[in-house]
Design a protein around this ligand. Structure first.
Ligand SMILES: Nc1nc2c(ncn2[C@@H]2O[C@H](COP(=O)(O)OP(=O)(O)O)[C@@H](O)[C@H]2O)c(=O)[nH]1
Ligand SMILES: [Mg+2]
Length: 370
């Protein structure tokens, strides 16, 4: 696993999420620098912090430095010149996660398109700087080369777009292939750090991979699990990310394709989140799933990290999310394993319900034809 020094905001939510993103991209965070401001003109950070960082980088020799904000190319260049390390800003990091997790042809193209958009927005700054004569030969390239570079990106975007139009048609075939394997599919969805991977490991009896240790879900995001002696496939998906830039939304959604053909989707909710945060994340999650065409009758809700709260608090939050009536929620602790059995029972009940609903529909269909 590669290592990273993380520079992020000095706020608990930001730190947890940034670490979760590093983890999902396959970087082990060896040191975290917390800052109130990350938008200073030259380096993002102050000169003093840069000195501290330079020393740390020399000592810890991380593979990359993750900067949990958006960096301009000039800032990225300035940082890399001092630190002699690859600098990944927040968007580059997210794109790495999507790239490693995109499996279908369509998803790979969507991610490619987002990467080109990222490059494009940076090429624009380079063009602007060199045409203003402000930084001629900026980062070793002159205006002519920048123009060539810019046009090349434009051309590549066009190619990817036209490939995407064709790939959309293949998706249907892919989906049918999955169904034919005969397994019921369970998918885990939810925000980064909600505990999806921990729950995935708990349910499949895997104890090795957890966020603080080596990250293994990158290669093994789907495993077999037996519930009530019936085999299922369960898969861990890319987590929702707060403040996801608009141009990445299609790429993100395309990595969630598994959810479209899953029989059961477990929405993993961090019940320890503050009320407002909880509500906001839940709404955004439900909106995206509905846009993907995931119906509510396939969803169940796992309120995770119940070990951190009192029962009264959990009930209050369940109420606030209007889940009480659904009878499809359960509070669990992926960490202690509490209520995992009941979660499996809930899955079994829903599947049985789906089966009987399907057979009713079939009978009805036969009658109609007859
Ligand atoms: N207290 C507590 N912590 C948990 C629980 N489940 C996960 N965590 C912690 O939450 C963090 C994020 O978990 P992870 O499974 O990587 O989240 P993911 O991003 O959704 O895959 C890790 O530090 C876990 O140890 C739980 O039930 N209780
Ligand atoms: Mg995870």
């Amino acid at each position: 696993m590669n290592s990273a020094i993380l520079i992020t905001y000095d706020a608990e939510d930001a730190i947890i999420e940034a670490k979760g993103l590093c983890d999902a991209a396959g970087y082990q965070v060896v040191h975290t620098i917390k800052q109130k401001f990350l938008k200073r003109p030259k380096y993002g950070i102050s000169g003093g912090v840069l000195e501290e960082l330079e020393e740390l980088a020399g000592k810890l020799r991380p593979d990359v430095i993750v900067f949990d904000e958006i960096l301009k190319p000039s800032q990225n260049y300035n940082l890399a010149s001092v630190l002699h390390r690859e600098i990944l800003d927040r968007e580059a990091l997210i794109l790495e996660i999507f790239e490693s997790r995109s499996s279908s042809a369509e998803s790979k193209l969507q991610v490619k398109l987002a990467q080109l958009r990222y490059e494009m927005s940076r090429a624009k700054e380079k063009v602007r700087l060199s045409s203003m004569g402000e930084q001629p030969g900026f980062m070793g390239i002159g205006k002519f080369e920048v123009d060539v570079y810019y046009n090349d990106i434009k051309h590549r975007m066009k190619t990817v777009r036209s490939k995407l139009e064709k790939a959309g048609k293949q998706r249907e075939l892919h989906r049918q292939g999955r169904k034919r394997m005969g397994f019921k599919i369970i998918s885990l969805a939810g925000y980064t750090s909600a505990g999806k991977t921990t729950l995935f490991n708990k349910m499949t009896g895997e104890t090795r991979a957890q966020s603080k240790e080596l990250f293994t879900t990158l290669s093994t995001t789907t495993r077999r699990v037996t519930i009530n002696s019936e085999p299922f496939l369960i898969s861990d998906t890319v987590g929702f990310i707060s403040k996801l830039p608009a141009y990445m939304i299609d790429a993100f959604k395309s990595t969630l394709e598994e959810l479209v053909h899953a029989d059961i989707i477990i929405i993993v909710i961090d019940v320890n989140d503050a009320l407002l945060e909880l509500k906001k994340k839940f709404a955004s999650c439900m909106r995206t799933l509905s846009e993907l065409g995931v119906e509510k009758d396939r969803m169940i809700y796992a309120l995770n990290k119940e070990d951190l709260l009192e029962h009264g608090e959990i009930d209050e939050k369940v109420n606030m999310l209007s889940l009480t009536e659904t009878k499809k929620w359960i509070s669990v602790s992926a960490k202690t394993g509490n209520n995992i059995k009941d979660l499996k029972k809930l899955i079994k009940d829903i599947i049985e319900n789906q089966n009987s609903y399907k057979s009713r529909k079939e009978v009805f269909g036969v009658q109609k034809n007859w």
